[in-house]
Design a protein around this ligand. Structure first.
Ligand code: NAD
Ligand code: UD1
Length: 333
């Protein structure tokens, strides 16, 4: 089966391409490289010893995407902008890229009569949790434009299915993806100062940054620091293969991809220190605006519908992040 992967040159996309190729799928990556490089595609080919068809293009270009989709049977849709702070400053760019881009992709899929799609959503759609662990029927509420774009796209997909029950749609709500492929050839390469915890910790450990700012130690959590559900990106990638296989049957399902376990900022810092053998200095700073105390998944639905569960431990997440950081810190600095 030929699978069309938008945003396939990015962090989660490259790891998913590895799993797709290993499972024998043909892969077409469509990416405008606004947050990635073609090198990452080459690394995927090195890891798998298989070829990817790469097309440089923008999902908002319906004509180009329509042509690129020819012969494909299913779509995995990663392409999008994902920085929360930036989305608050540049909301129009986020709605244009993420929502307009998705509409353009769905229109092209309709022309090509492709009705199978796996979409990258986020746990951010749950807003401030009313209860934990988060089940898929928890009320939905966005707290920033990035989150709004995910909610709108989810709604569009549900409406598409309601209008035509032959669609097969898997909406995957990721918790906190971290880690890298154990080859150290692909991983997350944030531009500028990282917003997310793990890349920041890695850069402190490798000596690129002086210390980590821990955003608040007065939350209602065991050690006062924020608790999240960190999931290894390779586990996440494998979840996409399971989701793709589930699309044999027409459906529209939103499914959490997390581990079900929460770890605090201090626990992650300690685990990274052990994995890297480096001290990770930190200072307690004020809370970050918009942050919540705790967030972790109920993973029952993923087990039941996809027969998927995460396998990798926090230790492996930290070791693989460190391996990636060590192999790439020259080009990052
Ligand atoms: P990423 O930035 O590494 O990958 C996104 C890819 O999409 C990039 O290669 C980028 O060049 C491409 N892209 C962006 N806009 C495009 C456009 N208009 N046309 C074509 N290509 C375009 O991000 P990622 O971490 O791999 O995230 C993938 C998806 O998962 C995103 O939709 C993101 O919102 C979602 N997600 C990510 C996380 C996370 O923490 N990484 C968490 C929840 C959800
Ligand atoms: C962020 C995004 C969310 C996205 C998720 C996964 C925000 C507000 N939310 O969530 O939309 O789905 O990433 O990519 O950006 N922390 C520090 N110091 C740092 C960085 C983080 O203490 O330098 C803390 C945070 O306060 C939080 C935890 O580490 O408690 C995790 O932060 P982060 O990696 O940014 O993820 P989220 O806040 O869950």
């Amino acid at each position: 089966m030929k699978v069309f992967v938008t945003g396939g040159a990015g962090y989660i996309g490259t790891h998913t391409c590895v799993e797709l190729l290993n499972e024998g799928y043909e892969v077409v990556v469509y990416d405008n490289l606004c947050n990635s490089s073609v090198e990452a595609i080459k690394q995927v080919e090195t890891i798998t010893s298989k070829k990817i068809t790469f097309i440089e293009g923008d999902i908002r270009d319906t004509q180009a995407i329509n042509k690129a989709l020819e012969g494909c049977e299913a779509v995995i849709h990663f392409a999008g902008l994902k920085a929360v702070g930036e989305s608050v400053e540049r909301p129009l760019d986020y709605y244009d890229n993420n929502v307009q881009g998705s509409l353009s992709l769905f229109a092209a899929m309709k022309i090509q009569d492709i009705k199978k799609i796996v979409f990258s959503s986020s746990a951010t759609v749950y807003g401030d949790p009313k209860f934990l662990p988060l089940t898929e029927d928890h009320p939905l509420k966005a707290t920033n434009p990035y989150g709004e774009t995910k909610l709108v796209i989810e709604m569009i997909l549900r409406d598409l299915y309601n209008a035509d029950k032959t669609y097969s749609i898997s909406i995957l709500r990721y918790f906190n993806p971290v880690g890298a492929h154990d080859s150290g050839l692909i991983g997350e390469n944030p531009q500028g100062t990282p917003n997310n915890l793990m890349p920041y910790i890695s850069q402190v450990a490798v000596g690129q940054r002086e210390h980590l700012n821990v955003f608040g130690n007065d939350y209602d959590t065991p050690d006062g620091t924020g608790v999240r559900d960190y999931i290894h990106v390779v586990d996440l990638a494998k979840g996409h293969i399971k989701a793709l296989k589930s699309l044999e049957k027409a459906q529209c399902e939103a499914i959490n991809l997390g581990t079900g376990n929460g770890y605090s900022v201090l626990e992650m810092t300690k685990a990274f220190s052990v994995a890297s053998g480096k001290e990770v200095s930190y200072k307690i700073s004020p809370r970050r605006n918009g942050d919540i105390a705790s967030c972790y998944a109920d993973t029952t639905k993923a087990k039941e519908l996809l027969n998927w569960r995460s396998e990798k431990t926090i230790k492996e997440m930290c070791e693989d992040s460190w391996n990636w950081q060590m192999k790439n810190s020259k080009s990052l600095s």
